[in-house]
Design a binder for this molecule. Structure first.
Ligand code: XUL
Ligand code: CO
Length: 435
């Protein structure tokens, strides 16, 4: 039975098409820079936004029409939603999805019953995956919605809450493993503090690391070889979250010896909230060899919270794809639309417009990024800008084969340095040639 009866399977019709249910730029099987577009992007749909987001905001309740959903917390309702979701994946041509345990299955009276429901839904999802060829990009546990996590999960002052969270992680990892998930994500929604007056920060961070180590060890035990990710976000819901940005996450991973086991899942709107550009966060992650995956969305400059809009900004998608190409493409990761419709876009068809727009925006970003790289003017400029490091005193400093006295002697003999222009305006003009 179809739940999106008026919506066709979305096909590529090219830039001149006026059909709102067609791709104008995303042509999944078209080869760009050596591989099909679908493999560059590895698009994923977020179960929580597509199936579970009623579109409420801090001032008003849900508006989204979900005629397939009876609004009950029953297993039956959860199973039916999964069918609808797979129809959505089929019609949009999105190859991957991501979930939290509590999006796909209900939280019931106790942990044993919730675990049981999760197993049943997982079984059902496995059947849907096999029938469709769709794949799981990553799974995760929701350790932030239930009131028990109000003071954190891994960082809770209560060891029993930690244990409950760990049990959820175990079950969510089992589900992810069963579904052949290529990754497992930790987003620490409540892993932070509201005031240091009641907080032992060092102890909380030790506990958070302990949670991650338990997961790493458990993965080995069950043979889960997927990639672990941490997703940085600076605030909201907490006042201060420990995983505040890419640099903070990397510092945490290094401090607790977890660098070999984790990569970062970088989300655009979280970068914005951290006071960084997405380009900055991606650069920090890539330079550490730790960019794993991307939560694709964008924020609103006029609203100070995590608005999770669908990515439509071509400068943004171009800069993201420049970075993805620079690192040689995704391996386990992809572009997960952690994005929701606006509250007033409440009809089911808006789900399609939203994802079509995001996919087309990334297709244009990919093509622009490939052209910018082939053109080479940007890359050559950057390489040239550092030319004084290629020989002479620069090469000696980089090679660590010089003393401070020798460097000082160089400065004395070389005289006042001559700086070349940074040419920011020219470089922006060059980027604009391709967008
Ligand atoms: C919240 C957020 C999460 C994570 C997964 O801002 O981004 O949905 O992506 O827990
Ligand atoms: Co996210």
């Amino acid at each position: 039975m179809s739940h999106f009866t008026n919506i066709p399977k979305i096909q590529y019709e090219g830039p001149s098409s006026k059909n709102p249910f067609a791709f104008k730029h995303y042509n999944p099987d078209e080869t760009v820079a050596g591989k099909p577009m679908r493999d560059h992007m590895r698009f994923a749909a977020a179960y929580w936004h597509v199936m579970r987001n009623g579109l409420s905001d801090p001032f008003g309740g849900p508006t989204a029409l979900m005629p397939w959903d009876d609004q009950s917390n029953s297993l039956d309702n959860a199973l039916k939603r999964a069918d609808v979701f797979f129809e959505f994946l089929d019609k949009t041509g999105i190859d991957y999805y991501c979930f939290h345990d509590r999006d796909i299955a209900p939280e019931l009276e106790n942990l044993a019953k919730s675990n049981d429901a999760l197993e049943k839904v997982t079984e059902h999802l496995l059947g849907l995956q096999k029938a469709s060829g769709k794949k799981l990009l990553w799974g995760t546990a929701c350790l932030f919605s239930h009131p028990r996590y109000a003071q954190g999960a891994g960082t809770s002052p209560s060891a029993d809450v930690f244990a409950y969270g760990a049990a959820q992680v175990k079950a969510a990892m089992d589900a992810t493993h069963k579904l052949g998930g290529e990754g497992y994500t930790f987003w620490g929604g409540r892993e932070g503090y509201a005031t240091l007056l009641n907080t032992d920060m060092k102890r909380e961070l030790d506990h958070l690391a302990a949670m991650l180590w338990l997961a790493v060890d458990y993965a080995k035990k069950i043979g889960f070889t997927g990639q672990f990710y941490i997703e940085p976000k600076p605030r909201e819901p907490s006042t201060h979250q420990y995983d505040s940005d890419a640099a903070a996450c990397l510092n945490f991973l290094r401090q607790y010896g977890l660098m070999d086991h984790f990569k970062l899942n970088i989300e655009t709107n979280h970068a914005t909230l951290a006071g960084h550009t997405m380009l900055h966060e991606l650069t920090v992650a890539i330079d550490a060899g730790a960019l794993g995956s991307i939560d694709a969305n964008q924020g609103d400059e006029l609203i100070g919270w995590d608005t999770d809009e669908f990515p439509t900004d071509l400068y943004l998608t171009t800069s993201i794809m420049l970075k993805v190409l620079e690192m040689g493409g995704f391996t386990t990761g992809g572009l997960n639309f952690d994005a929701k419709r606006r509250r007033e876009s409440h009809e089911p068809e808006d789900l399609f417009h939203a994802h079509i727009g995001g996919m087309d925006a990334f297709a244009r970003g990919l093509k622009a990024a490939v052209a910018i790289r082939e053109d080479r003017r940007l890359a050559d400029f950057v390489a040239n800008r550092y030319a004084t490091w290629n020989s002479g005193i620069g090469a000696k400093i980089e090679g660590k084969s010089v003393t401070l006295e020798e460097v000082a002697a160089h400065a004395l003999s070389a005289g006042e340095p001559v700086l070349a222009s940074g040419r920011q305006e020219l470089l922006k003009n060059i980027v604009n040639e391709f967008i």
